[in-house]
Design a protein around this ligand. Structure first.
Ligand code: 5RP
Length: 233
């Protein structure tokens, strides 16, 4: 039995930066959808717009797809838009899409402003290809130019992890704070997020962060199988 439609939460995101550019790349990725595919859905505002564009295409062309969402809000949006969802233990993606906060010339990424980088990385490593959708503000000449690196950690490990991050040349470490709740952001996995700036980001940094006990995942994506879909005038 389906829930009464009026009860379904309508996920709305206001004040999206670079809205027109994001809508264009969302349309482009929707053009890649084919019948019977399982697709990994990223998180963030670009992925939100891509989800809407894909739902439109699926409806118009009467396609059947399954989404593997990377966050609670994208899962709810899929439910609202009538896109069936599954998780990675049930299905493997034919391909995925996602946004990014920074992309350098080697297509290394910083992600995780939305705090969903753990599931986002799982989708990417389980997909033959992931399309990264970016507007003009996301290209940088070096990683860390505009954004800190988010690191999701088990709460009790906070001091140990900070100590180890300082050994990896962390310059500044802040605990991400919630906006409409007192205290820190708690991720969907029950963890904290540290936002960390480093003196420099080298090829081995992602693995070195990941090897610290207490770290679940970081927002560094170095050397993954991604293709960038970029807004061009
Ligand atoms: C969420 C992410 C997002 O993909 C990234 O923050 C980009 O967001 P937006 O599309 O809103 O600019 O990594 O964890």
């Amino acid at each position: 039995m389906n829930w009464n439609e009026e009860l379904l939460e309508k996920i709305e995101v206001d004040n999206i930066k670079n809205l027109e550019e994001k809508k264009k790349v969302a349309e482009k990725v929707a053009g890649k959808v084919k019948d019977n595919q399982t697709i990994g859905f990223g998180s963030g505002t670009t992925s939100y717009l891509a989800t809407i564009a894909i739902a439109d295409k699926v409806k118009k062309e009467n396609l059947k797809i399954t989404a593997i969402p990377t966050s609670f809000e994208i899962k709810m949006l899929c439910t609202y838009l009538d896109i069936p969802t599954a998780n990675l233990s049930e299905r493997k993606p034919d391909w995925s899409f996602d946004g990014a906060d920074e992309v350098n010339s080697s297509n290394w990424l910083i992600k995780g402003k939305g705090g969903a980088m753990f599931k986002e990385k799982l989708n990417i490593i389980n997909s033959p290809i992931t399309y990264i959708l970016i507007d003009n503000s996301k290209r940088v000449s070096y990683l860390g130019e505009k954004n800190k690196v988010p690191v999701e950690i088990y709460p009790d490990a906070i001091n140990y992890v900070k100590e180890e991050l300082i050994k990896l040349n962390a310059k500044e470490i802040t605990v991400r704070q919630a906006v409409n709740k007192a205290g820190p952001v708690i991720t969907e996995n029950g963890n904290l997020i540290l936002d960390v700036s480093f003196k420099s980001i080298t090829q081995t940094l992602e693995k070195r962060i990941k090897s610290i006990s207490g770290v679940l995942e970081s927002g560094l994506f170095i050397g993954y199988n991604v293709e960038i879909i970029e807004y061009k005038n």
